[in-house]
Design a protein around this ligand. Structure first.
Ligand code: ADP
Length: 162
């Protein structure tokens, strides 16, 4: 039987415990997980792609079947390049649903051989998003419950807080 591969795409600007939970749980179900940092045209980044990738690498230490990539094209094309037919996304609240429905429908139109699976967030993490964490980090709040230590340090450095 061939290797099962899944792609977890996102902006990861920066990675949070919410993302990590989805990555960890997926890594237990698939032989290979490919985390893909994509450019999101609707969001201006706080961290550069290289910085985001470095923060992800540090966060997934010890997860031997997880790899990290950057891709500047269409997600379905990336899936084809690495030979994966599954995309995994996390779902937090109902507010995620509409955007995800549009995204998945478009990806299916572009390539109907690639299937998208959704994982429900853990309730503890349902309110965590990169943007909310960044917002509170700017005011020097305690964010240690939401992101790993090295991400916390990078955020405070970025915002000249510590
Ligand atoms: P995008 O800009 O593509 O939405 P994000 O980096 O914000 O990228 O999110 C990547 C994926 O991780 C998305 O599927 C998103 O729903 C999921 N995700 C983000 N935060 C959480 C969380 N706290 N719990 C579960 N899934 C999450």
């Amino acid at each position: 039987m061939s290797n099962t591969k899944a792609v977890i795409p996102g902006s990861f600007d920066p990675i949070t415990y919410g993302h990590l939970d989805i990555i960890e749980r997926s890594a237990q179900r698939f032989d290979e997980i490919h985390v893909c940092v994509l450019r999101n045209s609707n969001k201006t980044g706080t961290f550069t792609a290289d910085e985001r990738i470095a923060l992800i690498h540090e966060s997934i230490k010890g997860m031997t079947n997880v790899k990290v990539h950057q891709y500047d094209g269409l997600l379905v094309d990336f899936c084809e390049v690495i030979g994966a037919d599954t995309i995994i996304r996390g779902l937090r609240a109902v507010s995620d649903f509409e955007y995800e429905l549009r995204l998945t429908s478009m990806n299916r139109k572009l390539n109907d051989k690639v299937e998208t699976f959704y994982m429900m967030t853990r309730t503890d993490y349902s309110f965590i998003s990169s943007s909310v964490v960044k917002e509170v980090a700017q005011y020097d709040a305690d964010i240690s419950e939401f992101v790993p230590k090295h991400v916390e340090d990078a955020l405070f450095k970025k915002f000249n807080k510590r």
